[in-house]
Design a protein. Structure first.
Length: 232
């Protein structure tokens, strides 16, 4: 006779006893919390908030939230507006920024395009602040400003030159983010059209459903040239 095993209770249907917020599902030191804090408290967003006028219909999404969402997504290596929108519905780290009111991919793409120059400046400010604070990395981005700071007093001329080089590197990083995001959105417009969600488009067709379950969303984001012949 086999020995019976006891497992921890699996409580996916049990209601929470205490009210929870989306912030409770990410740790105190999580990058999402850090990015949200920096965007809310450390940088001046007047160029974006001042450009968001009142519109008819539904109120627009909070521009501070949208800025934090894009910055966190890019730091995490997510550039496509469709992938960001999907992650806002499925990943608790992005939910901790947008709450339970996720913007759709058109809203994300339009916000980036509308505030491109201001976002570029703000993202650069954030990276520079983090580098000056001695952070080595911000998500997938290498900062490593600590070595520059450590050598500043001993070799001022060299350190200033290195700081200028580092600033140029950070500026190039922000430009790359926005360029990759634009290219990703443009590619998905070719694949799925300007107004249709990639997931809806893909799952409406049986071969796409098979590909979805086998390889996930990234498989649906590949170019037509990379797809199997029956899916082109």
């Amino acid at each position: 006779m086999g020995v019976s095993k006891t497992f921890r209770p699996w409580k996916i249907d049990e209601p929470l006893l205490l009210p929870a917020t989306v912030q409770d599902f990410v740790s105190e030191g999580h990058l999402a919390r850090f990015v949200l804090s920096v965007v809310q408290e450390e940088i001046d967003l007047c160029k974006i908030t001042g450009a968001c006028g009142s519109e008819r219909g539904q109120p627009p999404f909070n521009p501070i939230m949208m800025t934090a969402l894009l910055l966190y997504s890019y730091c995490s290596g997510i550039y496509s507006s469709r992938r960001i929108a999907k992650a806002c519905r499925e990943r608790v780290d992005l939910m901790s920024i947008v709450g339970l009111d996720a913007p759709d991919f058109r809203t994300i793409s339009d916000f980036r395009k509308r505030h491109l120059k201001a976002l570029s400046e703000l993202f650069l400010q954030v990276l520079q602040l983090c580098a000056q604070a001695g952070l080595a990395k911000l998500g997938h981005v290498s900062l490593d400003g600590s070595k520059i700071k450590a050598n500043a007093s001993k070799h001022k001329a060299m350190s200033y030159g290195r700081m200028a080089d580092r600033a140029a590197e950070l500026e190039a990083q922000v430009a790359r983010w926005l360029s990759v995001a634009e290219a990703a959105d443009a590619e998905e417009v070719k694949l799925y059209g300007r107004d249709r969600d990639a997931i809806v488009t893909g799952l409406a067709d049986k071969p796409y459903r098979v590909l979805w379950w086998r390889d996930g969303f990234d498989a649906l984001s590949t170019s037509t040239q990379q797809r199997p012949p029956q899916l082109r």
